[in-house]
Design a protein around this ligand. Structure first.
Ligand SMILES: [Zn+2]
Length: 230
């Protein structure tokens, strides 16, 4: 797949205060539903991510993105005001727990297949995961047990599932033809969570798989056992 410079949800937001550029929400009143326009302005604090904000308010992130004209969820910055539809008061956003358990989960390969492209941290050829070739529809397994942090569509990634694991680790499964899990659901290691596809910016069916420790992408090859038969 084409390289996506940084994965929005896990970007740590540094205290760069941008003043006076808060986007105005678009007033949408489908069928006169006024409640759509009610809400609060949440001022982003350092360390908050759009995903965590939306989760705390229980609102759909795509909706928040379109109302606030946010193209890229990694673009939000501390000090920015974000309109949260339907909210009645400003909430404190629980930040990601600092990892007390530094042990690395024992990951398994989500699918077996030829590695089309490996991890590369070099800025000119940056690739924050591995691309694994597999036929369209191949079941994708959770690489470790965890909670579904995101299951939906992201530009470039197409249908993507993000799992949160202990110790501050995340795994990302992109270009799926179908996601089979919902946000908030707990999944066991090896559970089928999606099917291989070519959604988003993908040439041919493959799985783009990432492992992150917090926002930092890691080379999955260093954290996984040798793949069977490849
Ligand atoms: Zn890729």
């Amino acid at each position: 797949m084409k390289v996506i410079p940084f994965f929005g949800f896990f970007v740590l937001i540094f205290p760069v205060f941008i003043l006076g550029c808060a986007p105005k929400p678009i007033r949408v009143e489908p069928h006169g539903v006024k409640s759509e326009t009610k809400g609060v302005y949440h001022t982003v604090k350092p360390g908050e991510t759009l995903w965590r904000i939306c989760k705390a308010y229980g609102v759909d992130m795509n909706k928040v993105m379109s109302l606030n004209r946010i193209e890229d969820p990694s673009d939000i910055k501390a000090g920015q005001k974000i309109f949260i539809p339907g909210a009645t008061k400003v909430l404190e956003i629980p930040l990601a727990k600092p990892s007390v358990d530094s042990s690395v989960p024992k990951f398994i390969w989500p699918i077996n297949g030829k590695i089309l492209r490996g991890f590369c941290a070099d800025p000119s050829r940056r690739h924050e995961g591995v691309d694994i070739k597999a036929p369209f529809g191949t079941p994708i397994k959770a690489a470790a047990s965890g909670r579904v942090g995101f299951s939906g569509w992201l530009r470039g990634y197409g249908n993507v599932v993000i799992l949160e694991h202990e110790g501050g680790f995340y795994t990302v499964y992109a270009h799926n033809s179908l996601n089979l899990v919902k946000e908030g659901e707990w999944v066991e290691k090896g559970q089928i969570i999606a099917q291989v596809g070519n959604s988003g910016k993908a040439e041919g069916a493959h799985l783009h798989f990432e492992i992150r420790k917090g926002p930092k992408p890691l080379d999955p090859m260093t954290l996984l056992p040798k793949m069977n038969s490849y």
